[in-house]
Design a protein around this ligand. Structure first.
Ligand code: SF4
Length: 483
C-alpha cells in the first residue's frame, strides 16, 4: 500500500491510443486517462493529429487538474489520439519528461507514449547523440521515441522503424505511437512485462494499458496484445499485426505485481480478472496462515479483495476496518512534525466501532519499508483493537527491480534486512504471514502468461536504476557495466 510516498512502491504509467471514425478522439482519450489515473499521478498528456500535424497538450498533475475545459479545447477535433499518465522513475519528475513525446524528423512526425523501463536507454542515448540527435528530456521514453523516428527515416515507414527500435531495446515497454497520418502503432515487449490490450466498437479501435479504460470509453475488450507483437491500426481496424519483437529474456514474464497491486480490480490482464487474482491470493493466505480471530479487515484499496478471499476461506466475518478520506489531493502538505506523523490517520482512519476489542486479521498487498504498516497497526491499537494478525498477499519484497519499482536500494526494503518474525515485532503485530511464491502463482494460474517474480526471488543481475549501471555477479566477483 502507498500513502503519499511513505511506502513508495512504483505505480506504473498508463498508455492509451484511439483511431475512430468520428473526430472526438481527444475527449475519449481524456476519459480513458481518468480511468487509468491509478497508474500514475505525476503528469499526463494527450496528442492528436490534424492535417498531418500533431498537436499535444500536457502538464504536471492529475488528469482533471491538467485538462481544464480550456486546455482540452486547444486540441483540434481529431479521429486519432494517444494519451499518457506518468509515474516518474526514469528521468525524474519534470514537465520535459511528461508524455506523449512528439518527435519531428526529416519526413514526418510521431508522438509516443510508453509504459515500462528501458534498461539500455543510456547506451542507446549515447549512440544517438553521436549521430547528432539532441534531447530535451532525460527519460528513457524520449530515447525510445527518437529511436523509432531515427529508424523510420532509414527504413521508410514508422512501423518498420518501430520494429527495428523495439528489437534494440532491453527491458519493459508497452508503447503506443501516433503517426501524423492518424494511424496508431502499438507494441509490447517480448517478455510481456507490462499489460496492453485492444478493444473495438462500431466507431473504431482503442488500445489501453488496462481493460478498465476500454470499458469506461465504450469499447469492447477484443484481446491482449501478445508479448513481442506489433499492431498497426488504421481506419478504425487492425491493418496489420505480427510477432516481430524477438529479444526475449529467459525467465521473465508479466510483472506479477500487476495482479497484486498496480492494476485496477475491474481490469482483465492476459486472460485473468485482477479482482479474481487478488481474491484467490486471500483464500490461499488463509490456507497458508490460518489464525483464530474475530474479524478480517482489508487495508484500502488493494488489500480489500484479498481480505474478502481470506474471510471466505476462513469463515471469519469480513468487516470494514477503516474509513478512507478520498478527497485529499496528491500534494497535501503537513505544516508540522506532529501532523506528518498523523498522515496515515488523515488519509485512513480506523473505524473504532467495528474494531474495538476485536482480534483482527489485517490484510494488505505488500510491506516495503514497514513504516506505513507500523503506523496503521499503531492506529488500530489506539482505536481499541485487541490483537492484530497481519497477512500479506505478496511474498517478502526483498530485491530492487529493473522494470517496475522505484526502490533504489535493497537497504530500504525491510524484508531484505529482517526475518518475518523480526518484521512482525517491529511493526507491532501479534503475528505476520506472507503468501508463498507458489501460492501467489497459484492464485494467478488462470493467466495466460508466465510471470516475473524477481523482486521476491532475486536475480543474478542486480540493477541499480539510479546509477543506470548493471552489476553482474560472475564467478563470485562483481563487476559493473555502464548501460
Ligand atoms: S522484479 Fe518484481 S516489480 Fe519488477 S517486474 Fe519483476 S515482479 Fe514486477
Amino acid at each position: 500500500m502507498k500513502i503519499n510516498g511513505s511506502e513508495k512502491l512504483r505505480e506504473e504509467c498508463a498508455v492509451f491510443g484511439i483511431n475512430i471514425k468520428e473526430v472526438e478522439a481527444g475527449g475519449v482519450t481524456y476519459n480513458a486517462l481518468l480511468a487509468l489515473q491509478h497508474r500514475g499521478q505525476e503528469g499526463c498528456g494527450i496528442a492528436v493529429t490534424s492535417d498531418n500535424r500533431i498537436f499535444c497538450q500536457k502538464g504536471r498533475g492529475l488528469v482533471g487538474e491538467v485538462f481544464t475545459g480550456e486546455k482540452l479545447a486547444l486540441l483540434p477535433p481529431s479521429a486519432s489520439a494517444i494519451g499518457h499518465n506518468r509515474y516518474s522513475t526514469s528521468g525524474g519528475d519534470s514537465i520535459y519528461n511528461t508524455q506523449p513525446f512528439v518527435t519531428e524528423y526529416l519526413t514526418g512526425r510521431i508522438a509516443t507514449s510508453h509504459n515500462g523501463n528501458i534498461v539500455n536507454a543510456k547506451e542507446l542515448r549515447t549512440e544517438l547523440k553521436k549521430n547528432g540527435i539532441k534531447y530535451e528530456a532525460t527519460s528513457d521514453s524520449e530515447v525510445l521515441s527518437t529511436l523509432i523516428a531515427y529508424y523510420a527515416v532509414q527504413l521508410g515507414s514508422v512501423k518498420k522503424g518501430a520494429i527495428k527500435a523495439a528489437n534494440s531495446l532491453k527491458g519493459a515497454f508497452s508503447v503506443v505511437v501516433l503517426c501524423d497520418d492518424g494511424s496508431i502503432i502499438a507494441f509490447r515487449d517480448p517478455d510481456g512485462f507490462r499489460p496492453l490490450c485492444i478493444g473495438n466498437n462500431s466507431k473504431g479501435m482503442a488500445v489501453a494499458s488496462e481493460s478498465c479504460a476500454l470499458d469506461s470509453c465504450g469499447f469492447s475488450f477484443l484481446r491482449d496484445v501478445e508479448p513481442g507483437e506489433i499492431i498497426e491500426i488504421k481506419d478504425g481496424k487492425i491493418a496489420d499485426s505480427e510477432l516481430a519483437i524477438l529479444n526475449k529474456t529467459k525467465g521473465n514474464g508479466l510483472c506479477i505485481f500487476e495482479y497484486v497491486y498496480f492494476a485496477r480490480p475491474d481490469s482483465f490482464i492476459d486472460g485473468l480478472s485482477v479482482y479474481e487474482a487478488r481474491y484467490n491470493m486471500g483464500k490461499i493466505l488463509a490456507k497458508e496462515h490460518p489464525v483464530e480471530a474475530d474479524i478480517v479487515c482489508g487495508v484500502p484499496d488493494s488489500g480489500l479483495e484479498a481480505a474478502a478471499g481470506y474471510a471466505e476461506e476462513s469463515g471469519i466475518p469480513l468487516v470494514q476496518g477503516f474509513v478512507k478520506n478520498r478527497y485529499i489531493g496528491r500534494s497535501f502538505i503537513y505544516p508540522s512534525q506532529t501532523q506528518r506523523e498523523n498522515a496515515v490517520r488523515l488519509k485512513l482512519n480506523p473505524l473504532a466501532s467495528n474494531i474495538k476489542g476485536k482480534r483482527i486479521v489485517l490484510v494488505d498487498d505488500s510491506i516495503v519499508r514497514g513504516t506505513t504498516s507500523e503506523k496503521i497497526i499503531r492506529a488500530l491499537k489506539m482505536a481499541g483493537a485487541k490483537e492484530i494478525h497481519m497477512r500479506i498477499s505478496s511474498p517478502p519484497f526483498c530485491h530492487t527491480c529493473l522494470y517496475g519499482t522505484d526502490i533504489d536500494s535493497e537497504e530500504n526494503l525491510i524484508a531484505n534486512k529482517m526475518t518475518t518474525h523480526e518484521i512482525g515485532k517491529k511493526i507491532g503485530t501479534e503475528s505476520l504471514g506472507y503468501i508463498s511464491i507458489e501460492g501467489l502463482k497459484e492464485a494467478c494460474h488462470k493467466s495466460t502468461r508466465t510471470f516475473c517474480t524477481k523482486c521476491f526471488t532475486g536475480d543474478e543481475n542486480h540493477y541499480d536504476i539510479k546509477k543506470n549501471e548493471l552489476e553482474v555477479e560472475k564467478d563470485g566477483r562483481k563487476s559493473i557495466f555502464s548501460s
